[in-house]
Write a protein that binds this ligand. Structure first.
Ligand SMILES: *Cc1c(COP(=O)(O)O)cnc(C)c1O
Length: 367
């Protein structure tokens, strides 16, 4: 008879997961910290969202509305959607995890790209599935390579569009081509966490595709342009049959009452979103040209962050730069876990932080 374990053991796959490591947030003592490692907004949350959050503090004994009805309706109004097809989550991380757990089981495969968001791998593995990683081309998802990785066991394809940490995106015609090439029983998840930052004629977050197909989900978040990362609010727009599945497995009160209230106020504050967009446009462009002028490789980004490539020469590597910048209180994101060991990811910060980063990189390269 097989030996029984002496203590509880997680099921297969769980201990194969490398836990997600969030962006650093520590600076040396006495140095002012600029956290540019997690794509948070330098403008903060809308003052209206903060007021709504505070107002709920008087009623914390009450359970929230378990269906996040007010928030789903506010999102639906903002984007012209059917609220019944929206599911809210504690961050879009929860939406991505719910989708994976609903559609992937042991032996099933989930597909994502080489430099794609790490949460996909974690969710697929945790569900007992097999992560299938597809090569990218020029740090951009490659539709033909994704289609070439599909097998009879594929259940989900994740596409971050734009992608984090590369900042690149697929034009909507390419997303359509990807969808057209997938079997109808495979769920295509479009993770559009940075959609509000993208205004390109050939980009779409995916609303239209979700509306016209039975196997597409768009995931969105309040953590990025809305500045509510600390509250954990995300949502997905999906076919009714997918919403029905998620509503059966999610926690009955998965969003807190303060999160629902602040989320409603945030999505209704179009002026705040516009200000965040304008700030990003201005400083993303400025940072790109300044850092390129220093001789570093910058991947053109449509998000609120930039991927910076460093030389391999001793003393000038990404690791060296990370240490130098950290000593000045400038915290960027090392992206070795994304298979980009020669790069750092920089979040667009306040004017002060952006200027400090360029000055520090100049000193780093000149030393
Ligand atoms: C930040 C981010 C998310 C959103 O995370 P939340 O859980 O909503 O905070 C989702 N996908 C990508 C690619 C991201 O960068």
């Amino acid at each position: 008879m097989a030996q029984l374990p002496v203590r509880p053991v997680p099921r297969a796959g769980v201990l194969d997961i490398e836990a997600y490591v969030p962006g650093k947030s520590a600076a040396p003592a006495g140095v002012k910290l600029h956290k540019l490692s997690s794509n948070e907004t330098p403008l903060g949350a809308s003052p209206k969202a903060i007021a709504a959050y505070r107002a709920v503090a008087e009623k914390l004994e009450l359970y929230p509305d378990g269906s996040s009805t007010g928030l789903r309706e506010a999102i639906a109004r903002r984007y012209g959607l059917d609220p019944a097809r929206i599911v809210c989550g504690a961050g879009s991380d929860e939406i991505l995890n719910l989708l994976t757990h609903a559609y992937i089981g042991p032996g099933d495969e989930g597909v994502f790209t080489e430099h794609g968001f790490l949460v996909y791998r974690i969710a697929i593995t945790a569900a007992g599935g097999k992560p299938v990683v597809v090569k990218e081309k020029n740090l951009t998802a490659d539709v033909d390579a994704i289609l070439g990785a599909i097998t009879p066991k594929t259940r989900i394809v994740f596409l971050a569009n734009p992608n984090n940490p590369t900042g690149t995106y697929l034009p909507f015609e390419e997303v359509r081509r990807l969808h057209a090439g997938l079997r109808s029983d495979i769920l295509l998840v479009l993770d559009a966490a940075y959609a509000e930052y993208v205004r390109r004629n050939d980009y779409a977050a995916g609303v239209e595709l979700v509306s016209s197909a039975e196997n597409v989900v768009m995931a969105r978040t309040f953590s990025k342009i809305h500045g509510l990362a600390g509250l954990r609010i995300g949502w997905g727009y999906m076919p009714l049959h997918v919403a029905d599945a998620l509503n059966r497995i999610r926690g009955p009160f998965n969003l807190s009452a303060p999160a629902i209230a602040a989320g409603i106020a945030a999505i209704e504050d179009a002026g705040h979103v516009e200000a965040a967009f304008d700030h990003n446009e201005r400083w993303l462009t400025w940072l790109t040209s300044q850092i390129e002028a220093l001789g570093l490789k910058v991947t053109p980004s449509v998000g609120n962050f930039l991927l910076i490539g460093f030389p391999k020469a001793a003393g000038k590597t990404a690791k060296d730069a990370d240490a130098f910048l950290t000593s000045r209180g400038l915290i960027l994101r090392a992206v070795g876990a994304y298979n980009l060991p020669d790069h750092l990811r920089l979040t667009v910060g306040s004017e002060e932080a952006n200027r400090l980063v360029v000055a520090a990189l100049s000193d780093f390269l000149g030393q």
